[in-house]
Design a protein around this ligand. Structure first.
Ligand code: AHG
Ligand code: MN
Ligand code: MN
Length: 345
């Protein structure tokens, strides 16, 4: 296992064999997700040719204008996952209510939440987009799960992952036993293990934040970014680099490979809604992956995976990435307040 060149299916079957009592249902579910991601990779890649670029004439539950591909990729996920008998229910960024499994299909023991197309504002400008998912156990004896059944902390996740459709298509997975990265070999239609046991470098001099929101940030964030920007002339004593893709999958992938800090903090513009990113299908799965790769993830006040969810589409502030950046920041009182939630994770 974990050998470069192993196919993702072999990898997950071998992981399953390490748990002798496993029924194979999680393996089946992961394999369904792999199929959806392959299909979405194909659609994203050909969207310009087959007329799938641009906006749809609708808004999603968050009041955001939907792209045609937001809707189509949501349907791809639902159609691949609803009939195989591994799920009891689903929740998607694009659908307000819980998605039930149709009566004609068997119900399974897992729940899934997903963002079918993350960073979808980037489709028409040909920048990386992705799919994010999080798998939870369905409470015992529940056949038709309600919102209540999904309200599990991130620490309860069984598996999380994301697929990034970039220069190459990559699927990043964790089941709580480290993080592994697979690259889609389009010639044979398989994801191949190319990045075993991914770990986030503990030190970094790179931050990612949407600077256009600067005037809305709270004071500790203002101060932290100001110190990064001052570089060797400021108290941090080193020059920082900045990146912002407006695509969380691309930012987290970059952090997994070369470290960094990613922030979508609370600001006065979005304070009422609690943040920008969604807890159940963006922040939690990404936090599980980041922590499993040796990084940290916080709202600024609390470890994200310990936030008690109150709604499927709930939003939270997100600060995640390289461990030692947080330790460096502790030397600066206002910023240590900001990152207090990272301690002891
Ligand atoms: P989505 O396309 O699923 O709505 O998610 C976009 C998210 C995230 O990927 C990204 O980090 C952030 O929104 C970008 O926000 P800004 O456009 O405010 O920079
Ligand atoms: Mn998203
Ligand atoms: Mn999305």
């Amino acid at each position: 296992m974990s050998e470069i060149g192993t196919s993702i299916i072999q990898f997950i079957v071998e992981e399953q064999r390490a748990h002798p009592n496993s029924t194979g249902s999680l393996t089946g579910l992961m394999s369904d997700i792999v199929s959806s991601c392959k299909k979405i990779a194909h659609l994203v890649n050909r969207s310009g040719i087959i007329g799938l670029g641009g906006a749809a004439e609708s808004e999603n539950v968050q009041g955001e204008v939907q792209k045609k591909l937001d809707i189509i990729t949501n349907d791809v996920m639902v159609d691949h996952l609803n009939w195989t008998g591994h799920l009891a229910g689903m929740a998607s960024e694009e659908i307000e209510e819980i998605i039930q499994i149709p009566d004609e299909f068997p119900k399974g023991k897992y729940l899934i939440t997903f963002d079918p197309l993350d960073g979808s504002s980037n489709i028409d400008v040909n920048i990386s987009v992705g799919t994010i998912f999080s798998i939870l156990r369905c409470p015992e004896g529940v056949d038709n799960p309600t919102v209540e059944d999904f309200m599990q902390k991130g620490t309860e996740q069984v598996c999380a992952g994301f697929c990034v459709y970039g220069p190459t298509t990559m699927l990043i997975l964790t089941t709580g036993n480290g993080v592994n990265g697979f690259t889609l070999d389009r010639d044979v239609g398989e994801f191949i293990l190319t990045h075993p046991k991914m770990t986030i470098p503990e030190d970094t001099a790179e931050f990612a934040i949407n600077m256009s929101n600067q005037r809305f940030w709270e004071q500790p964030v203002q101060r932290y970014i100001e110190e990064c920007v001052q570089g060797v002339e400021g108290s941090r004593d080193k020059d920082f680099n900045m990146r912002w893709n407006a695509s969380m999958v691309a930012e987290v992938y970059r952090i997994l490979t070369r470290g960094g800090i990613f922030m979508y903090p609370i600001d006065s513009k979005i304070a009422k809604q609690g943040g920008k990113l969604r807890l159940m299908y963006e922040a939690n799965p990404m936090s599980f992956i980041v922590e499993q790769a040796g990084g940290l993830s916080s709202t600024g006040h609390q470890r994200i995976m310990e936030v008690q969810p109150t709604g499927v589409h709930q939003r939270v502030p997100v600060i995640l990435g390289s461990k030692n950046e947080e330790l460096n920041l502790k030397a600066v009182p206002p910023v240590s307040l900001l990152l207090v939630g990272l301690q002891g994770s």
